[in-house]
Write a protein that binds this ligand. Structure first.
Ligand code: SF4
Length: 72
């Protein structure tokens, strides 16, 4: 089953890392805050977790059904 991601708008510092790493799954909104494209479900599990871990603001949460995945 694929995972889905959510970006915490208040935590995102607009580094652009997720957008650069996975432009098919993350994009900037008009305020240059990242958001997912369709929950970033186009990424496989390992890739999505890697992108989330690389967020310098820890602003990307990853969910399996309704449960948040521990990214540590
Ligand atoms: S990597 Fe994190 S801080 Fe950078 S744009 Fe994406 S969500 Fe925002």
């Amino acid at each position: 089953m694929s995972l889905r991601a959510e970006v915490d708008r208040d935590a995102c510092m607009s580094s652009g890392k997720c957008v650069a790493d996975a432009p098919q799954a993350f994009e900037f909104d008009d305020d240059e805050i990242a958001r997912t494209v369709g929950g970033a479900r186009s990424l496989d599990r390992g890739r999505l977790i890697a992108v989330a871990r690389n967020c310098p603001a820890e602003a990307i949460a990853v969910f399996d059904d309704d449960d948040a995945i521990d990214l540590d």
